[in-house]
Design a protein around this ligand. Sequence first.
Ligand code: HEM
Length: 413
Amino acid sequence: MEEETKSAPINSVMETSAFDPKARDNPHPILKDVQSQCPVYRDEDGKIWLLSKYENVREIVNDRSLWRHPANAEEGSFMRLFATSGDQNTDERVADRPSILFMDDPDHSRVRPPIAKALYARINKKKGEIEHIVNQVIDAAPSSGIFNIIDDICIPIPILVIARLIGVEESRVAEFREWSEASILSLAAIRTPEQEERMKWGSDKLAEYFHALIAERRTAPADDLISDLVQAQQEGLDLTDDEIEVNLIGLLIGGNLTTTDLIGNGTWLFLTHPDQKAVLMKDASLAPAAVEEVLRYESPVGITTRVMSEERAVGGCPMKPHEGMMMSLHAANRDPDVFDNPDQFDITRKHTSHVAFGGGAHICIGAPLARIEAQQAFVKIFERYPTLRLANRAVKWRDLPFFRGLEELWVEG
Ligand code: HEM
């Protein structure tokens, strides 16, 4: 009898992303197949590897010798598409002005630590205010009836919080949200001409706004992160004006969509798992564990990437320098070799060491902030709406590839 040859369950990495309608509704079944049948998958057309086992994902995200900037990836590869967008309009400017997200050493080691230090000092100083903003938004949402909780609670919380920390005008948060959503299309890799236009518009608006605001804070400092960084620079910190600007924009964008998705995905999970909601409502001290389980089970960010810098094998497959690697955080977070009953949403589970925030030198800088906001949000939402339930309408997942979040979650308060 002829031996059956195993073929991959997908023809392109895009089939695992929200670009594909089936994966948009639920990416986990196809990722499970990829993980079990082809854990180190090569997309020849996209010239990219897809790693889906926890062990390989951890190994690669933690490896500080690999590149992050997509311009290091081979010519014609899927990853190169990320390099042709970013915060600015032209390839050269992106290469010249990456935020820490796409920066490599030695610059990353110079730029990230002082920004992280300033951000964490701000978060510590303003923790009470952050929780107060979360409570205020939830108190201002409709007291009863049917409403889309994404619009009324999940979107306003992160944008108001990050606006307060950074020091941008809170009266303009609707505009910031629009600019951020347009600008984050840079991470979509494949865009329609309309999306391309929108992305450029959003990036320009943000750059213009921050440029003026930074100049203003130089002459009139305020109690905010912009002033902290400008002041540190005046006292000798080795950061250029461009680096301050591009990274403040990065924080504004990074802090928005992802945290909205964390709060939205979690609310949906609790409403579809009433037993888990009851556990949390009975004991609010479980909020930190609940947030970790939401992050593991429905990670808002589906992938992260690195570029191979030397010849070596990963998961037994030989790889060459400049080959791009995409790590499925969704698949790794449900790896049955690491998590017991990985498809069970259980806020009391013991092993919670997920990779939803990536890892190594590039691990999400905003993780502590996202955690504070989500912990407070889950407790407060179910305190204010103890009988909250899903309204009789379909949920709608967003179609931004490799992100996972709800556009519409209609609930009845
Ligand atoms: C639930 C919410 C969030 C999730 C799931 C998330 C996820 C991620 C992931 C997966 C990475 C890439 C890590 C890697 O490649 O190893 C990342 C990086 C980053 N995130 Fe987040 N993030 C969240 C919230 C935030 C917030 C609130 C901010 C800003 C305040 C932020 C700013 C950034 C920045 C600037 C980077 C680049 C860090 C670097 O490369 O050094 N994120 N995030």
